[in-house]
Write a protein that binds this ligand. Structure first.
Ligand SMILES: O=C(O)CCC(=O)C(=O)O
Ligand SMILES: [Fe+2]
Length: 511
């Protein structure tokens, strides 16, 4: 991949008027200013000639091949998965259940067994404390016919509140953005458990794959929602992260008849649609997705779409150096071959990869546990192959500073440090403070792809903001330190991975 310059282009200015965050959502369509891709001129990559001059021709050729493999591999990574679970008539029939019907596979997936769940009971707190408990309970599957012993979904809806969303930190009710009812997790309970029916195993396998670091997904119940026909919907948005380790959201749709209400999830120009309207009345449908992906609930035309939503967090163990590198990913095989080649970056060097997903962080915390999709393979893969790897936020200057400051890879976290540090010569010391005293320049990184910021409106708070405890998304770059090739031993030198969550805290303390 040849390129006219080794400096990435200025990021396109974001509209200040970002809708977001009750705690809930950041809208992503035109009304909040679209974040379109202005970087398609391939300016993120280092030119072939410069690479030849700096390293050698073979390195330049090998990097071109690696870029091609990355581009091809990107399509293998899913950003959402889902399935269906039958509600068994008797609890005994559910023994040994696992979640099936996974939408989207990663290499090495096995077909799970047919899953089933016991009947699902939902109980809630009514606004009127005198309302009898028997009227505040629904059992799924819902009994058929008009003679129902329970109140029906209408009875639930009557006891719910209007769902809000956020606009610059404030709760907003605006039925042109969202029309739905909600109960908070503290206002209801259910015996449904996504762990018992194998959903969490599937999510871990598909959305939080592990190469060098074992990770598992954890779910936290968040809301009960009803989108009622006609015209319940939720406009395109990204979910505001509740902590740096949140990587996704899980939606579980309980069986209640409705039409419309498809969930659409988008990433990198692809859309996955989950249409649960024609599901049988004795099955539960579910979908999980990376919550930085834009998603939308289309209009419910009739009936009730009843959902439980969960926030998904990733929990990681420490990297395990004794664990053999999992070469089942073709991309990882390619990386391995590259590093074994004595002509590739013979004295070592730096690679950079703009993450395909955005990552949540606070001013003190950034979680490597929440790595997503191909970013995981790049990060954990290079790490397990003995390279030094770190994840850094990529920052953009505000409109008035655009001519003076360049987009850059931050040394720490973006919120406080940036203003004094970005720009011309200062960029030099920004990038990799922890790989020796010298640091490296932005342009010294061999960039493997272009900045990825296609479809999402992000709440950057780069300039002049106080540190905040609310997690925000940033685009990141994965920086890879490649050790030199030791001709004598016939091995590439291994580098320490120096980027850990605790280092961030140390960095901030020193400020
Ligand atoms: O109900 C769904 O399918 C998605 C809801 C959603 O996006 C949300 O609650 O943030
Ligand atoms: Fe959402």
């Amino acid at each position: 991949m040849d390129a006219p310059s080794n400096q990435p282009p200025p990021f396109q200015e974001l509209d200040d008027d970002i809708i977001g965050d009750e705690e809930e959502a950041q809208f992503t369509d035109g009304s909040a200013g679209s974040y379109s891709d202005s970087s398609s001129d391939n300016a993120g990559a280092t030119s072939y000639e410069k690479t030849v001059e700096k390293y050698n021709e073979e390195t330049a050729n090998l990097l071109s091949e690696l870029r091609d493999t990355m581009e091809t591999s990107r399509k293998d990574f899913v950003f959402a998965c889902g399935g269906s679970i039958t509600i068994a008539a008797t609890p005994e029939a559910t023994a040994g259940a696992t979640a099936g019907d996974t939408t989207g596979d990663t290499p090495g997936d096995k077909e799970p067994a047919d899953p089933s769940s016991p009947p699902v009971t939902l109980r809630w707190d009514p606004p009127d404390p005198l309302k009898p408990a028997s009227k505040c309970k629904l059992d799924f599957p819902l009994p058929a016919g008009p003679e129902q012993p329970q109140p029906g979904v209408e009875g639930l809806v009557a006891d719910m509140d209007k769902a809000s969303f956020g606009l610059r930190g404030e709760d907003v009710f605006d039925e042109t953005c969202r029309r739905a009812q909600k109960l908070d997790a503290s206002q209801f309970s259910t015996n449904f458990c996504p762990y018992d029916v194998g959903i969490m195993d599937t999510i871990t396998r598909v959305l939080v794959p592990s190469l060098g670091t074992d990770r598992t997904a954890r779910a936290e119940l968040y809301k009960l929602n009803v989108y009622e026909g006609a015209s319940g919907f939720f406009r395109a948005h990204v979910d505001t992260p509740r902590s740096p380790s949140q990587f996704g959201s899980l939606v579980v749709c309980l069986p209640a008849q409705h039409s419309g209400g498809e969930l659409e999830v988008r990433h990198n120009g692809k859309t996955m649609t989950f249409d649960w309207s024609s599901a049988t009345t004795d099955s539960i449908q579910w979908a999980a997705f990376y919550s930085d992906c834009e998603h939308e609930v289309l209009e419910v035309r009739a009936g009730h779409r009843v959902t439980l939503t969960y926030n998904l967090y990733a929990v990681a163990a420490s990297p395990n150096p004794a664990r053999p590198t999992d070469l089942s990913f073709p991309l990882l095989q390619h990386m391995n071959t590259l590093l074994s080649n004595p002509s590739f970056m013979p004295s070592g060097g730096y690679l950079g990869f703009y993450s395909t997903h955005a990552y949540p962080h606070t001013s003190l915390n950034f979680s490597l546990a929440s790595l997503k999709g191909i970013d995981t393979v790049i990060f954990q893969g290079f790490q397990s192959l003995g390279c030094g790897v770190c994840l850094r936020p990529v920052l953009k200057p505000s409109a008035e500073d655009e001519d003076f400051y360049t987009p850059t890879v931050g040394k720490y976290l973006p919120m406080r440090e940036v203003r004094g540090e970005i720009g011309s010569s200062m960029v030099m010391e920004l990038v990799l403070g922890y790989w020796g005293e010298d640091g490296i320049a932005f342009g010294d990184v061999e960039w493997l792809n272009e900045p990825q910021h296609l479809e999402m409106q992000l709440a950057y708070t780069v300039h002049g903001n106080q540190a905040t405890t609310v997690a925000q998304y940033s685009w990141c770059a994965i920086l890879v330190g490649v050790g030199g090739y030791d001709q004598e031993s016939g091995e590439r030198l291994r580098l320490e991975t120096t980027f850990r969550e605790e280092i961030f805290e140390g960095c901030n303390d020193e400020e």
